[in-house]
Design a protein around this ligand. Structure first.
Ligand code: CMX
Length: 137
């Protein structure tokens, strides 16, 4: 498979506005977009750092996976997203190697990307996402 770069690092936060202030006022980054992903029950805020983004995730419902994550582990790094070329074949390849897929097929994520998650129990404890930007193809 071809993994080109880390597309984003996602961080689960309790309060999006409060966390945005930290990234802007302390780290000097600029939040360029806030977007709700209704089917994932999250609100996201994005910062660009070189080729990689920081994606803050705030739960919009108590039954959101992000709310459950914070309840169990507190705020912190939630998942790592790799940009891949050919997301379907990347999924097929890792499945063949024994990785458990949370999404058998790519679906639409924030910023219009095609995304799919791999289960953290089969990825060395790190919830892993594959992303592909096919909007301009
Ligand atoms: N990173 C590492 N491990 C995680 C995890 C995470 N982000 N989230 C859950 N886990 C672990 C739990 O600690 C738990 O481990 P133990 O069994 O050892 O206690 C195990 O996975 C099961 O967790 P759970 O609390 O029972 O939660 P669920 O099984 O309901 O869900 C998961 C876990 C990963 C399948 C679910 O969070 C999921 O589907 N995630 C993918 C989608 C997602 O995260 N969407 C939000 C982001 C939106 C976006 O970026 O667009």
């Amino acid at each position: 498979m071809k993994t080109t770069h880390i597309e984003h690092i996602a961080i689960a936060v309790k309060d999006l506005e409060d966390s945005i202030k930290y990234y802007e006022d302390v780290l000097g980054l600029k939040c360029y977009a806030i977007e709700e992903v209704a089917d994932q029950k999250v609100k996201t805020a994005f910062f660009q750092v070189g080729q990689t983004k920081i994606e803050l995730l705030e739960a919009t419902s108590p039954d959101s996976t992000v709310a459950k994550f914070i309840e169990k582990r507190g705020q912190g790094i939630h998942h790592l997203a790799f940009a891949v070329e050919g997301i379907e074949s990347a999924l097929a390849e890792v499945k063949d190697k024994g990785v458990r897929l949370l999404d058998e097929k790519p679906r639409r994520g924030a910023e219009g990307l095609d995304i799919a998650f791999l289960h953290p129990k089969s990825t060395q404890g790190v919830l892993t996402e594959f992303c592909e930007n096919r909007q301009n193809q």
